[in-house]
Design a protein around this ligand. Structure first.
Ligand SMILES: NC(=O)c1ccc[n+]([C@@H]2O[C@H](COP(=O)([O-])OP(=O)(O)OC[C@H]3O[C@@H](n4cnc5c(N)ncnc54)[C@H](OP(=O)(O)O)[C@@H]3O)[C@@H](O)[C@H]2O)c1
Length: 328
């Protein structure tokens, strides 16, 4: 089968080759001896793959390897205890190996794809929407009518967070850097949009009537202290990622003085050993799809041959919503 592989750690433009590789066996490292084989129609592209082309991500397989953590496609075979069977349309989180014509995923991270969503949206569903739900609800303890400020709001995690927060009855304030991203954030349901290069902290305090209840932060970097300052008493900053480049440090006296919290949200490590929680999050997202709140935003579609362009779009801060590779 054809697969897009990282063959050298030289960055997005030069690291990739399309190679002929063997199809995967029906077993996954998290479920030895068992796995769902998926004929891939679309594969998600995410920030970790950009980092992997430079050897800068925490998971560093030996080259050559096939990246790609999630796919939308059709089940070719599934173990008996799976919730899906041959012929089903699915969203599947394979962790690695998704940029290929055939991928293998654990049954507990393979979900039937609702009719409302196409394969590209299936490839956009698990990483971002499960992370968004996990960050808002499991870790952030979101309550109805709370106000959530979302950094990087036009990105993959950002648009997912806006849609889920809205579906759960929260108000949202999106932080974005351009007019185009403001449009994307509004389309994803943001109640208010503020600019990352403007007085967003003061605007957020004003719009929320004295401070937001939660900040969802996939960006990190210099804006972290202002995120803390934008909170009301009892407010929480949920740490999701560091696309801004630097990992912020907190002077914890700020937390004491303002009675606020900083909460880490690492989706994979938390949920992978907890099959029931995975299912509960999947079910909750399905309800939000059926209710019309969740519909993944596909910002750009590329072929396997254009995979370097897809990575460069993310790397240059130009991506909106989810970027996908489609199998032609
Ligand atoms: N914790 C978890 O379990 C978990 C799960 C999934 C993803 N993540 C992490 O979450 C982060 C966001 O992922 P994503 O898929 O949403 O990425 P994305 O689609 O590229 O969006 C990231 C956003 O970050 C903002 N940004 C600010 N400075 C940037 C810079 N120097 N370069 C690029 N973007 C910059 C951009 O918004 P503006 O231009 O509007 O500022 C961009 O839209 C990544 O670090 C990813 O690894 C974490």
């Amino acid at each position: 089968m054809k697969a897009v592989q990282i063959t050298e750690l030289t960055g997005p433009r030069t690291a990739l080759r399309i190679n002929d590789v063997p199809e995967p066996a029906p077993e996954h490292p998290t479920t030895p001896g068992e796995g769902v084989i998926v004929e891939v129609r679309a594969a998600g592209v995410s920030f970790p793959e950009v980092l992997q082309t430079r050897g800068e991500y925490q998971i560093k397989p030996e080259v050559p390897f096939t990246p790609g953590s999630e796919v939308g496609g059709i089940v070719r075979s599934a173990p008996e205890n799976a919730n899906v069977e041959a012929g089903d349309r699915v969203a599947a989180f394979c962790m690695q190996g998704g940029w290929a014509e055939v991928a293998v995923a654990p049954a507990f991270l393979t979900f039937a794809l609702p009719d409302e969503l196409d394969f590209a949206q299936g490839a956009a569903l698990i990483l971002n929407y499960h992370t968004a739900f996990f960050s808002l609800v499991t870790r952030g303890r979101l309550e109805q009518d709370e106000t959530v400020l979302v950094h990087g709001a036009a990105g993959g995690v950002g648009t997912a967070t806006l849609q889920i927060a809205k579906g759960l009855g929260a108000k949202t304030i999106a932080v974005v850097s351009t007019d185009e991203k403001e449009r994307v954030a509004r389309d994803a349901g943001a109640d208010d949009v503020v600019r990352s290069d403007g007085p967003w902290k003061d605007q957020a305090r004003e719009l929320s009537g004295g401070g937001v209840d939660m900040v969802i932060d996939p960006v990190g970097g210099d804006r972290f202290t202002d995120s803390l300052r934008s909170l009301r008493e009892g407010g929480r900053v949920v740490v999701v990622g560091f696309t801004g480049g630097s990992i912020p440090e907190v002077r914890v006296n700020r937390l004491l003085l303002a009675n606020t919290e900083v909460i880490g949200a690492g989706w994979g490590n938390f949920v992978i050993p907890k099959r029931n929680l995975n299912q509960e999050i999947g079910d909750a997202i399905d309800r939000l799809i059926a209710a019309g709140f969740v519909s993944p935003v596909i910002g750009a579609r590329f072929s396997f041959e254009q995979a370097a362009d897809a990575l460069e779009l993310l790397d240059s801060r130009g991506a909106t919503g989810k970027v996908v590779l489609e199998v032609s």
